[in-house]
Design a protein around this ligand. Structure first.
Ligand code: PLP
Length: 377
């Protein structure tokens, strides 16, 4: 978030410049190699990245694509979701999961989230499914908000009971895990984003889809290139949804340091938790889960005072998200949980994300902690 004065904050939310310094010449050489070989579209780095992402997550197939939004779109297109179909999405999220459903003419149905993790609430999902009228339940998109995996056990059981496909929107949770299983393997289809500020980010737009299903893999791979199949011509209505070779080359370098970065992010999160737990509600990690820490999001009734204090000190911060999605006029007409979305509405007034990244030194973190404590006490 940039202060209203237009000057950029002294302490960024995510320090991509520090990461670049740490990576040194490696990115430059990787980009230069692509410039030299000239295979800018679906070059060798793209398939190598897909292999490495599959190895890193344990997913059978990985289809790289142009963004996290295209990843969601391709997943829904492969499931042939359209008019008359309902897809359940959390009400407290970045709009992409609801947007792609609406774009295909299907109906996004908003489910409430739980207060302590802001993740899709299985009880609300169950009530919302039972209350559905006039549209066919087809899929659930659970969002791993801030980097914490959703409740895939409970949501998966509900999806199976109602013959729905479970999609994990893991745009914020690459590198997380549940019971030792990595993000990418926790749902029928998992999508992620390589937007620069995500846990694994490139230097532009990018995304990927993970699945163990051979048919879905083949369909999504074809839809990514206009529905083209190598020897059969055009067999589907697709999109141009490819990941650039240049971005794949950059991601290969960043993937090589990802596990180390993840450990450092975890250390920063633990330190925040130890120092701030007495003054604000701090995010925790459920047993058997690993958090990717895309965001470090506190909750406080004094949120606006903390915001003002951070702003004054030139410390970047963000409100993810300022309203439940059904409060945005374009989404207001879609169905919601029968009991409404009280938790999503409440969270919109209390959440605040603080800087977190692998290169945040302790002195800078102390500055942030002091500001939060001063304003929240
Ligand atoms: C960032 C994000 C997306 C979209 O990813 P893009 O690569 O920007 O298209 C989708 N869902 C969630 C939850 C996100 O945070």
């Amino acid at each position: 978030m940039t202060p209203a004065s237009g000057r950029s904050p002294d302490v960024p939310l995510i320090d991509l410049a520090a990461q670049r310094r740490h990576l040194g010449e490696r990115i430059d050489s990787a980009v230069a190699a692509v410039l030299d070989h000239g295979h800018f579209i679906l070059g060798p780095e793209v398939s190598l990245l897909e292999e490495k992402l599959a190895a890193a997550t344990g997913a059978k197939h990985v289809v790289s694509c142009a963004s996290g939004t295209d990843a969601l779109l391709l997943a829904l297109m492969a499931l042939d979701i359209g008019r008359g179909d309902a897809v359940f999405v959390p009400a407290f999220t970045f709009p992409a999961p609801a947007e792609v459903v609406a774009l295909l003419g299907a109906t996004p149905v908003f489910v409430d989230v739980d207060e302590s993790h802001a993740l899709m609430d299985p009880a609300s999902l169950e009530a919302t499914i039972a209350n559905l009228d006039g549209v066919t339940p087809r899929a659930v998109i659970a969002v791993d908000l801030y980097g914490h995996p959703a409740d895939y056990e409970a949501i998966g059981a509900l999806a199976r009971a109602h013959d729905m496909t479970l999609i994990a929107d893991a745009a914020q949770s690459f590198g997380a895990a549940w019971q030792g299983r990595r993000t990418g393997t926790l749902a029928d289809i998992t999508t992620t984003s390589f937007y620069p500020a995500k846990p694994l980010g490139c230097y532009g737009d990018g995304g990927a889809i993970f699945t163990d299903n051979d048919d879905l893999d083949a369909t999504m791979r074809s839809l990514r290139v206009h529905g083209q199949e190598t020897d059969r011509g055009f067999t589907g209505i697709g999109i141009n949804g490819r990941l650039d070779t240049m971005q794949a080359a950059i991601l290969l370098e960043k993937l090589a340091v990802f596990d180390d970065e993840h450990k450092t992010r975890q250390r920063v999160a633990t330190r925040y938790g130890e120092r701030l737990a007495n003054v604000v509600a701090v995010p925790d990690t459920l047993a058997d889960h690993t958090h990717a820490w895309a965001c470090y999001t506190i909750r406080s009734p004094k949120r606006d005072a903390i915001k003002a204090s951070l702003y004054e000190a030139g410390i970047a911060h963000a409100v993810y998200y300022r309203a439940a999605l059904n409060r945005e006029p374009v989404y207001a007409a879609y169905p919601t949980a029968p009991a409404g979305l009280p938790v999503a509405e409440q969270l919109a007034g209390t959440v605040l994300s603080l800087p977190i990244h692998p290169y945040l030194d302790e002195a800078t973190q102390d500055l942030i902690i002091d500001r939060v404590m001063g304003a929240a006490a």
